[in-house]
Unconditional design. Structure first.
Length: 273
């Protein structure tokens, strides 16, 4: 129990700093502007696909942070009822101050959601469940997300995985660069364990299964090319700090289509069986 309290405090302390530093900015929780924009674009594309538009009404964002993403979604999708949930009171205060029409915000814990079974058509996360610092707790979160989702409902799961992280560091090491350490407040998913676990409760879909075609791409490896440019090629050429993200060089190559598996952040589309 003490370990859980300690881990919870690590998360609260980290996001208290984020709230004070970034306030309502898009850079809150992600200072890499290209990564942030590609995440937002993917989420918007997901909600634009025919399958989601035809089914969607009640939407839960787990880990809504300062409400930036929901500020964009409520503007584009005024007919949806959005609920943003976050563990950090500091970030929620900023989110509530937005006074968004079509969205409300609550404090909560994904390990024990207060909602009734089968409450939501769509649940989505954006680098949230990796803040649970044990696989057992991450499984609790996944079980709760499954419970509150309606049968046939969808999860857009944008989280970090160890295989892309490891591939990225292998590429860096081969170029004489040091490995990038995993953030102290995160635990990345092991893909095999994750896919085995979710396959019991969900079908894993591709964007084409949502009727997206090429118009609204939702690629699992959507950040791979960007991470290779920003975390391998850019520091190799500049001998620079890998935490320096938003240079003109990186922006120039942000158009590249995703290729390979070099980003820890990936997107899974899950449908409740």
């Amino acid at each position: 129990m003490k370990e859980n309290v300690s881990n919870d405090q690590i998360i609260k302390d980290h996001y208290k700093i984020q709230a004070g530093k970034h306030k309502g900015s898009a850079t809150s929780t992600m200072e890499d502007l290209t990564t942030r924009q590609k995440e937002v674009n993917l989420i918007q594309n997901f909600f634009r696909t025919p399958a989601i538009k035809n089914k969607c009404k009640e939407v839960l964002e787990i880990g809504c942070g300062n409400g930036y993403t929901l500020s964009l979604l409520t503007s584009e999708f005024p007919d949806y009822n959005f609920l943003g949930l976050d563990f950090s009171e500091d970030l929620l205060k900023i989110a509530n101050d937005r006074q968004l029409s079509g969205a409300r915000f609550e404090q909560g814990d994904v390990r024990k959601l207060r909602f009734e079974d089968n409450s939501f058509d769509v649940v989505f996360t954006e680098r949230c469940i990796i803040n649970l610092l044990s696989w057992e707790e991450q499984q609790q979160g996944l079980n709760e997300m499954h419970r509150v989702l309606k049968k046939g409902g969808y999860i857009l799961f944008i989280e970090s995985f160890s295989d892309g992280y490891n591939n990225l560091n292998i590429a860096r090491n081969q170029m004489g660069l040091e490995s990038i350490p995993m953030p102290h407040h995160n635990l990345y998913f092991e893909k095999e364990a994750f896919e085995t676990f979710v396959s019991k409760k969900f079908s894993v879909l591709q964007s084409g299964d949502l009727g997206a075609g090429t118009e609204f791409p939702v690629h699992q490896n959507f950040l791979s090319s960007h991470y290779f440019v920003a975390r391998v090629i850019h520091p190799l050429l500049t001998k620079g700090d890998p935490t320096i993200r938003n240079t003109e060089f990186v922006k120039f190559f942000s158009f590249l289509p995703p290729s390979g598996c070099y980003s820890p952040i990936e997107a899974y589309i899950l449908q409740k069986k």
